[in-house]
Design a protein around this ligand. Structure first.
Ligand SMILES: O=C(O)CCC(=O)C(=O)O
Length: 343
């Protein structure tokens, strides 16, 4: 994984790809102001924790940041996994730092307002209301105007801020648990779901599975970008409903009215109220639905469906790998501005 040359930071050097350290498949740019360099061989435990080859010379300040991050890394406990398997979901708390969360919130608005350095022709964007109609607009690529009234935005793995977030080590750990260690993982969708203030569209009860795929994705990681409450249209779930498919012939796992009358009416749906930044792991077959926003606080969320990297689409859609060989990296995004702290 690591080259054989020693890494030495030039005292005047700009961060450059050739000087980047690879840390868990990600390029980590060196700090700009270079301090003392040290020989990592003197610190075998640090090398072990960071998975950095010990023949490297590395900037001391940079190393300290990496080390602190590695020690603070979150992990999912056995009790949380038990909860997930039994109930089809589990809360894992906030993963982004407060600063990262603020960046994601701001950046999401910038994307909607057409101000982000993105190739908008590659981003699927859907308005919550099509102008002149009382229903959502088409789900198609391209910017549809500078407004915060978007319902859904997809392909966010092509955005540097959201890619850095969705590739966090704890999410890799989740995927390894679900699909097996070392299994390549692709992103079925990296999606913004929004209930704009005083707006929003009812989302019918469904399971997240698609007949277009040759196998079902099994994990969605859902991050609230704003506090989600009943009043602003949080997701509702039916715990323990993930053990079987309800309507396998529907292309997107939506339930029919008969299923809703029979299953949902006899279940006890729970509102998934979340704090801003809070993350929930959702089994893809967990029944869920969401309402509209009765408040002036938007209900923004970022939802990533991770699937086995070899999943194929019957209609020829292609997907980006996000973990394992051939993964998308920040360096692959031609028009990106690297997020602060996104190492
Ligand atoms: O955020 C919502 O309202 C629904 C999101 C959803 O259905 C999903 O992430 O699969």
């Amino acid at each position: 994984m690591f080259g054989s040359e020693a890494i030495q930071f030039s005292p005047v050097g700009e961060p450059s790809r050739s000087r980047c350290v690879r840390y868990r498949d990600r390029d980590v740019p060196p700090t700009q102001d270079v301090g003392e360099t040290i020989l990592l061989a003197k610190f075998p435990r640090i090398c072990y924790i960071l998975q950095i080859a010990d023949f490297r010379l590395i900037d001391m300040k940079h190393l300290t940041v990496l080390y602190a991050e590695a020690l603070m890394e979150q992990h999912i406990t056995d009790a949380q996994w038990e909860h997930f398997w039994e109930n089809g979901y589990v809360r894992i708390g906030q993963v982004a730092s407060d600063a990262e969360l603020a960046d994601l919130q701001q950046h999401m608005d910038d994307i909607m307002l057409g101000k982000a350095p993105l190739d908008y022709d590659k981003i699927m964007m859907q308005l919550d209301r099509e102008p002149g109609k009382n229903s959502p607009g088409p789900q198609s690529r391209g910017h549809k105007g500078a407004t915060l009234l978007y319902r859904k935005i997809q392909n966010l793995e092509l955005d540097a801020y959201f890619l850095a977030y969705l590739q966090k080590p704890i999410f890799r750990e989740v995927c390894a648990k679900i699909y097996g260690d070392g299994t390549p993982v692709a992103c079925f969708r990296a999606m913004f779901m929004n209930k704009p203030a005083h707006e929003g569209t009812y989302l019918v009860w469904h399971q997240d599975r698609w007949t277009d795929l040759d196998r079902d994705p099994r994990i969605t990681i859902y991050t609230a970008l704003d506090a989600a409450t009943i009043a602003n249209g949080c997701v509702h779930i039916i715990p323990k409903s993930h053990s079987s498919l309800i309507n396998p012939s529907h292309g997107s796992g939506f339930l029919s009215q008969e299923h809703i009358d029979e299953i949902v009416a006899n279940a006890t749906p729970e509102p998934l109220e979340l704090a801003a930044g809070e993350v929930v792991l959702l089994h893809n077959w967990l029944l869920h639905s969401s309402g509209t926003n009765q408040t002036e606080i938007p209900r923004r969320a970022f939802s990533v469906c991770y699937m086995h990297g070899e999943t194929r689409s019957r209609h020829g859609s292609t997907f980006n790998r996000v973990f394992g060989e051939g993964s998308l990296s920040l360096a692959d995004l031609s028009m990106h501005s690297a997020p602060v702290g996104a190492v």
